[in-house]
Design a protein around this ligand. Structure first.
Ligand code: TXA
Ligand code: MG
Length: 315
């Protein structure tokens, strides 16, 4: 198990000397390393058991830190960062030579994000390098939203975990890349499509889910927990699975006859997003085989929630 604490000086020292630190962000917890230290980058892939073709997001403290790392910033990218950074938005941009090919998996582009979390910001300000940080889960598991989640799964492999409380948004950042300078959403996430379109107009969505990813990392099974998840109409699924050991992950209705995790009793999509990954993890501790769940309204953060439920469920 790793040491957990709130000491940003210690976290900075660990990163400075090539170690790994679990970091809080407003979306999910990350597994951070010095982006300018090749050995440290390799450690991140190893600790997560992550394939080398799945590139990392570089996290920066401010827009000035971005300039030397990129070759070109499209006008709409600049508008988006002005409006939504710091926040749950990742931009994929043409990278400069300062970004190691290991970070970008050999692509000519790389992903950048300026997170919005007080303690993490305090840490970033103490560093004279950016940090790479994938979500702090072993490859193929749901992302962690607390320091404890990180410790349970990766504690042995990391030097320190900075505890910033539970993640406020609870779902990963929205990823946007650019084609001929036009934005394309590659991953639905903590910044809603509605907010993005209000800022820069209609945006195409291209969330691939094949096993040969054009947007790496969006593999179909990427969010599968160890229990089987069935997505549909919960009442019908219950009737069909009377003989199975079932649990219910519902949006706002209660199912008291079964192990039940309600995402948001008051039917708030923001609250449901915040609780989603803890909910999926909770079933791992229950004596059940099947998790029955349902889509939430497909608006706001509901789109990203439905995307994650879809990926977690068996077809
Ligand atoms: O909210 C988040 O984004 C969290 C926190 C820790 O910041 N991080 C996160 O990282 O979700 P990760 O590694 O789990 O997912 C990052 C994804 C990759 O799987 C990949 O799909 C995409 O970012 N990505 C990175 N570089 C890319 C590139 N050059 N082109 C397309 N997609 C890229
Ligand atoms: Mg991830």
């Amino acid at each position: 198990m790793a040491i957990i604490g709130t000491d940003t000086n210690h976290a900075a020292e660990v990163l400075d000397t090539g170690g790994l630190v679990g970091i809080p962000t407003e979306t999910v917890y990350g597994l951070a390393a010095n982006a300018f230290n090749e050995e440290a980058i390799v450690k991140v892939y190893k600790a997560k058991n992550r394939p080398a073709f799945d590139p990392l997001i570089t996290h920066i403290a401010n827009q000035e830190a971005l300039q030397p790392l990129v070759k070109h910033v499209p006008v709409k990218a600049k508008q988006l960062m002005d409006k939504f950074w710091p926040g749950p938005l990742t931009l994929v941009l043409a990278k400069s030579d300062k970004i190691n090919d290991l970070i970008s998996s050999g692509l000519s582009t790389a992903a950048f994000r300026m997170p919005r979390h007080k303690l993490l910001h305090e840490l970033l300000e103490k560093l004279n390098f950016p940090i790479v940080a994938p979500s702090a889960n072993p490859f193929g598991y749901v992302s962690p939203t607390t320091a404890k989640h990180v410790n349970l799964q990766l504690g042995e492999k990391i030097d320190y975990i900075l505890d910033g409380g539970s993640s406020k948004i609870g779902i990963e950042s929205t990823i946007i890349s650019f084609e001929q300078d036009d934005p394309i959403i590659l991953r639905l996430g903590g910044l809603s499509v509605e907010e993005i379109e209000a800022a820069v107009g209609k945006v195409n969505i291209s969330i691939s889910s094949s096993s040969k990813p054009s947007a790496p990392g969006m593999l179909i099974s990427h969010y599968s927990p160890t229990k089987s998840v069935l997505l549909g109409n919960i009442d019908e699924l219950i009737k069909k699975h009377q003989k199975d050991k079932i649990g219910v992950l519902s949006y706002h209705k209660k199912y008291p006859s079964y192990p039940n995790f309600v995402l948001s009793e008051k039917a708030s999509l923001d609250e449901a997003a915040k609780n989603l990954f803890s909910g999926l993890r909770w079933f791992e501790t229950q004596d059940i085989d099947l998790v029955l769940t349902e889509n939430v309204p497909n608006e706001g953060l509901g789109k990203a929630i439905n995307d994650r439920l879809n990926r977690a469920s068996i077809k």
